[in-house]
Design a protein around this ligand. Structure first.
Ligand code: ADP
Length: 484
């Protein structure tokens, strides 16, 4: 069955990106289109997106924002790898320097208006260009208003009467919680503001509402789908999610192997593949040179790429760092985020000659770290899916991960007896557990050459493809239409 899919997200590579959602919003529509579906992607037109590359879409879209009256949006259009991408233009909301926060990292105070407006405008844009969606696929809190609207006000609207909603949670930590006054922007009956649907402690919780109203819910790994039903990972919504688990699916993200392939990667010092790893040594030397580390092949090099956020386990790394620094290893850190961490990782790099740090965002350096490191550190407190550990596998860089969410689903622990597995896992969120596992990985790397070679071989042959994920989403869409 050929479906019309309206895919709405707050970010998409290459137009605007802060995290993994942007990569999903680029890759999944592309692969759904390859399965024969018609996909329309809608994004906000942040003013950081260059207008000269977009085409103007004629006509204005009226968006009823309740007490704010009707606001009129414009639209632009572009094409990305065969997919039609539309942009909602409204300067007052999107004519800013960043996507969600001001330069000091504080959320914009009108994010409720901005994203409820965007959610509604995207649906009205579909109507105005005559695109009748079979599925509206909404993502994270930013577009959580869509499943809510489709199952309330728009149920009686003939245009959307046959439209099912699928809602994907990429990160449960950010739920779109706003004061109860924001409820009025949704323009739905007051009875829906209750603790079963979208009220939480007197506030409006958009994600809670989407979980209640969506026809199907997905999240980005099977393990995370289980975890978010527990208090440890549920961010207060665990009981609510558990109550709706009958319509919850876990679908692992795929990886763009056109970008992340050591055999063709243009950023790395020398290409290599599973048959011939000699290029990896050249990449290691290059990485050591970039970070001013001693150029030695016999010392294991541990890499880290990621946001400096509590989620990523940076506090565990900081706690174990001095012990790790004395293990006879080299370490490189690439990231930015929490200010204390930026200071900490810069300080340790100037103190220890075997540690290098780059504060900032650099895709090129991320590629070089994946290629040039021997081990990759990802000790997340929670991890819905995670991409870097999957890139690491492809580059023969063995991941050291905490066994949560997508990290647990994608990495198989090393077994020294059978030499099976492709990484090293730990369970407790403590610096001792992290340190113990890093030490195990380092000892293995130094002492069990045969085991390490087997792991690298296993790792580099793993594939987490978008073709497979897209087929799983297709199945969810069909299930969603069935319950409609
Ligand atoms: P999250 O979405 O939680 O940040 P993921 O592992 O799913 O984590 O995706 C993060 C993406 O952002 C990866 O593609 C990673 O390489 C990239 N990334 C994160 N921080 C940086 C950085 N400082 N420089 C370059 N790339 C980065």
């Amino acid at each position: 069955m050929r479906l019309n899919i309206l895919f709405c997200a707050s970010e998409m590579t290459p137009f605007a990106k802060t995290g993994g959602l942007a990569d999903v919003a680029a890759a999944l529509p592309k692969h759904l289109a390859r399965l024969g579906h018609k996909v329309m992607v809608v994004l906000p037109r942040y003013y950081i997106i260059d207008k000269s590359k977009l085409t103007f879409v004629k006509g204005n879209i009226g968006v009823d924002m309740g007490p704010l009256g009707t606001l009129w949006a414009g639209a632009f259009k572009s094409e990305y790898e065969g997919i039609e991408v539309y942009f909602i233009d409204y300067e007052r909301y999107f004519g800013r320097a960043n996507l969600y926060t001001d330069d000091n990292g504080f959320s914009y105070p009108d994010n409720d208006q901005r994203f409820i407006f965007f959610s509604k405008a995207a649906l009205e844009l579909a109507r105005s260009i005559g695109f009748v969606p079979d599925i509206v696929h909404a993502n994270d809190w930013h577009t959580a208003a869509q499943p809510i609207l489709l199952n309330t006000k728009l149920r009686s609207d003939p245009y959307f009467a046959r439209t099912a909603s699928v809602y994907t949670i990429h990160n449960l930590q950010h739920q779109g919680v706003f004061s109860k006054e924001a409820f009025a922007y949704l323009g739905i009956e007051a009875k829906h503001f209750n603790p079963l649907e979208m009220e939480a402690l007197g506030a409006l919780n958009l994600m809670k509402g989407a979980i209640y109203h969506a026809d199907k819910i997905t999240t980005v790994s099977k393990k995370y789908a289980q975890e978010i039903q527990t208090p440890e990972f549920g961010f207060g919504l665990d009981a609510h999610i558990k109550a709706h688990a009958y319509k919850l699916y876990g679908i692992l993200n795929g990886v763009d192997y056109e970008e992340w392939n050591p055999a063709t990667d243009p950023y790395i010092a020398q290409n290599y593949d599973v048959e011939d790893l000699s290029g990896k040594k050249v990449c290691k030397r290059d990485l050591q040179r970039i970070f001013g580390l001693e150029e030695r092949q016999d010392i294991p090099l541990i890499g880290y790429v990621g946001r400096f956020a509590q989620q990523k386990g940076i506090e565990l790394i900081a706690g174990a760092l001095h012990d790790m620094a004395h293990l006879g290893v080299q370490m490189v850190f690439l990231g930015s985020g929490e200010k204390w961490a930026e200071g900490f990782f810069s300080d340790v790099a100037s103190y220890y000659p075997n540690i290098g740090t780059y504060i900032g965002y650099s895709n090129e350096l991320a590629h070089k770290i994946e290629a040039g490191s021997d081990l990759f550190l990802m000790p997340s407190i929670f991890e819905p899916c995670g991409l870097n550990q999957i890139y690491s596998l492809r580059y023969g860089t063995l991941p050291i991960v905490r066994a949560v969410g997508g990290l647990d689903d994608t990495i198989e622990n090393f077994d020294p007896l059978t030499k099976s597995g492709d990484g090293f896992k730990f369970y407790d969120a403590t610096k001792e557990a992290l340190f113990g596992t890093v030490k195990w990985a380092v000892d293995t790397w130094m002492g069990d050459k045969e085991g390490v070679a087997a792991m690298i071989d296993t790792a580099m042959r793993q594939r987490f493809s978008w073709e497979r994920s897209a087929k799983e989403y297709e199945k969810v869409y069909c299930d969603a239409l069935e319950v409609l």
